[in-house]
Every structure is written in C-alpha cells, then in structure tokens.
Design a binder for this molecule. Structure first.
Ligand SMILES: Cc1cc2nc3c(=O)[nH]c(=O)nc-3n(C[C@H](O)[C@H](O)[C@H](O)COP(=O)(O)O)c2cc1C
Length: 193
C-alpha cells in the first residue's frame, strides 16, 4: 500500500449525503497504515440534517483518525509553516468550497488548510459533490482542474434525469487518486459514470 505512513489531511465540507460512504474509505485508509488528520469546515461541524448530527460526524472522524480534528482557521494555518502533510484531500468538497478555493477565499479551516498546503507545493485532491457542478460551479471546477498541484477524484453525474447539473466523485477512486497525486499525476479517466 503506497499510502502506508503518509500523512493525509482529510478536509470535510458540508456535503452531508456523502459522509457515510467517505467514512468507510477512511477506515480502509487508516487500516492500511495512513496517518489521517481530519479538518472540518464551519458547516460540516455545525449543521444538523437528515443525514446526521455534526457531533456524530466529528466523533466518527476523530475515532477513525485517532486524533482531534482541526476546527479553526488558526488551527489549520500551521499546515503551511510546519508542512507536516504529505497530501491534503477535500472529501467531500461542496460547490461552496470549490467556488471559494477557485477564487482565493480562505474563510474556513478547510480553505485555510488548502491554502497553507498549496503554498508548500504539495498535492491537493478534490472529491467534488455538488448539485451545480455542471451549472454555476462549472467555471470554478474548470479553474481548479487547471491549477497546479490540484487533482480530482474521478467524478460523474449521479442523477442526470432529476439533477442534470449534479456531479459526484467516486468513493472507490479515492485511494488510487491519492496514490497518483503523490506522484504528481491525475488518475484517469477523470470522467466516469
Ligand atoms: C442536508 C444538506 C445537504 C447538503 N449537501 C450538499 C452537497 O452535497 N453539495 C454541496 O455543494 N452543498 C451541499 N449542501 C450545502 C452546503 O452545506 C452549504 O453550501 C454550506 O455553506 C457549505 O459550506 P462549506 O463549503 O464551508 O462546508 C448541503 C446542505 C444541507 C443542509
């Protein structure tokens, strides 16, 4: 397993419907020897929804990682000067976080982590999950796709009939995307059903 011993930041933004399946991939990552550093956006750590409560999500992430999550901008900032992550993954990445990242906005722990990590020239992986991926956010996704050191977990339309603009990345591609991003390469094919 190429990710054994790698220090991987896992940044959660508020796409709550994907949390459960993402947690299962994180359990696998942890079991195979990766060191996980959870990070939560304000929305991810505070919104109560039909998919669950924020305290449960936080607890589960911290239990899997075996360490406290980073919950603040000041908590994420040292990722820059200390450079302690090998790779950072925003899993899941909302349309909101993608739009802000593409426009240089840094107002959550997740975005601060991304900015701090990119400053060190290290890989950032995006697991997109948003209903407006082929709509309002297409331009932002395009900007990120064309940005140095940013890689995407292959994604596709999850419900083309009912949500024609919706894009969601594929959970089973998280591990190979991380492995290839650490080698400076994008896992292909990028677009997958
Ligand atoms: C139940 C629920 C589910 C949501 N799912 C998504 C989603 O899958 N993708 C998305 O882009 N936004 C989703 N949102 C909206 C985001 O949580 C919202 O835009 C929030 O401001 C995102 O902040 P963040 O990007 O800092 O985490 C959802 C909101 C709620 C309440």
């Amino acid at each position: 397993m190429k990710l054994r011993g790698k220090k991987i930041g896992i940044a959660f933004s508020g796409s709550f419907c994907t949390f459960d399946k993402v947690f299962r991939e994180l359990e696998y990552l942890k079991e195979t020897g990766a060191e996980l550093y959870p990070i939560f956006s304000d929305a991810a750590m505070s919104i109560e929804s039909r998919f669950g409560g924020p305290e449960d999500f936080l607890k589960r992430a911290q239990e899997i990682a075996g360490r406290k999550a980073i919950l603040s901008i000041e908590g994420a900032e040292p990722i820059g000067p200390k450079g302690y992550l090998d790779i950072l993954a925003i899993i899941p990445c909302t349309g909101n976080t993608a739009a802000k990242l593409a426009n240089g906005i840094t107002d959550t722990a997740v975005l601060m982590a991304a900015k701090a990590h990119l400053r060190n020239g290290k890989p950032l992986v995006i697991f997109i999950s948003t209903n407006d991926g082929l709509g309002m956010n297409m331009k932002n996704i395009g900007t990120l796709l064309n940005t140095k050191n940013i890689y995407f977990v292959p994604f596709g339309q999850d419900d083309a009939d009912k949500k024609p603009n919706s894009l969601v990345a594929h959970c089973e591609k998280i591990v190979p995307t991380l492995e290839m991003a650490l080698e400076g390469r994008q896992l292909q094919p990028l677009l997958a059903l």
